[in-house]
Write a protein that binds this ligand. Sequence first.
Ligand code: NAP
Length: 503
Amino acid sequence: MDTIDSIDPSTGHVVEAVAEATAPGQVAEIVAAAAAAAAPFEALGRGFRAGLLRAIGDELERLRAEIVALGMRETALPEPRLNAELTRTVYQANLFADVLDEGSYLEATIDHAGETPMGPGPDLRRMLTPIGPVAVFGASNFPLAFSVPGGDTVSALAAGCPVVVKAHSSHPGLSLLTFRAMAAAADRLNAPTGLLGIVFGTEPGAALVAHPGIKAVGFTGSLVGGKALMGIINDREEPIPFYGELAGLNPIVVTEGAAAARGETIAAGLVNSVIGSGGQLCTKPGLVFVPRGAAGDALVAEAVRLVSAAPAATLLNARISESYRSTNAALDAYPDIEVLAEGGRSTAAGFTVTPRLLQVDASRLHDQELAECFGPTTLIARYGADQPETALSGLPASLTGTVHAEPSETDRIRHLSTLLKEKAGRLLYNGFPTGVLVSWAQHHGGPWPSTNTLHTSVGTTAIRRWLRPVAWQDAPTEVLPEELREDYPLIPRRIDGRLLLPR
Ligand code: NAP
């Protein structure tokens, strides 16, 4: 049986064996247990689930020192970043508890029986219900907030779905530690057995997706990995939803006005956004349109200075560092792309790489096959006249699109916004796309290939991915969920077409 090893990214060496790869029979047992937990978990109701999520948050908080220390060792991410990510992870669990208390996510709707313009109508009651056991593939680059205890897991638990997580090979020790923390919270509250499961190994992960007991899959990772799992889903007897957070360039456009007014400040924010966390953020700006001329030159000169001073970055794993090197080699092979700056040199030890700043003329962008370069590299595209608009319309879609402009450039901002809205799920103004707030209004998703769905994986509406609408027609009260019974006072409901707020 394969051993799942924990590797130190700073040396590339195995530190310890964490687990055995999950055997095929065990995958089936874990999914069967999750399936058996589904109905009892749903029956425990929203109050129980809110309590469970808060207990998970408390347990993660209690283990903070151990989690952060192991996270640093397994990912090479710095202590402040991991502490902040744990805070976000705990907040996220508690926020989904608030979502359950508030209840509008259910879309509870009642049409009483009565006369309609089409004749007599039945009593109809509709709301969203849990989809069933789901598989969650944690991300390598957010070992907490997008991994085992992350947003996919807590939003699915909030929805009422048992969760089987696939531990990422980049941080198996942290996956196990955080899984045990969640399982301890579930045990303390006497949650149904099998509610939470964990699978180790690439092949067992594929078997999990193929298993008929799994009703949806959440994934954060590469386009190649996502396509492989979509292929497995396509071969299933029963198709199921696949929610993939995949890839993107996250373009930024700096207008002439913004470059002239605050070029150096923009350069500082940009470089910070590109090299933070080793550039391993799905929202890292990978393509930046800067005007030709003196103001653009000054912005670029400051970016050159900052990237040249940036230290080498230790990336998360061998796969990501190899992909960084090969993507940069492909960019270097384009005759139109020039290297403007390189930071600290990578060493032979571990998965260290060199931060890089590249430049191309925007009019030559369409000659390149531009793909995401995951890591601390960004490409500056210099433009004149109307070139950013022309180049933007030919780009693949991303999670984000950003405009840096002066308030007086109203028409320009409007035009760029229209173009970027076609290409991205979150539009930013005079900011940087890294750092995704977990909140009620957040959207983290975009047109293919940034994601493959209309949904978000960050923010409260992430719960929608794990819900299935059901309508009850002329149902006796005793079969209705309590939220659809007459006079249930605790959540917003639409009754006979009118939205009524809780009393
Ligand atoms: P990855 O290679 O796609 O791996 C992600 C997960 O999928 C891992 O658990 C991996 O298993 C599994 N997997 C991959 N291919 C598989 C296959 N053929 N069969 C079964 N399981 C498979 O991604 P990564 O290397 O962890 O992350 C880096 C990439 O993710 C970057 O390129 C970045 O673009 C992207 N990313 C995107 C976002 C976003 O929100 N859009 C966020 C973070 C990262 P093993 O661990 O066992 O190999």
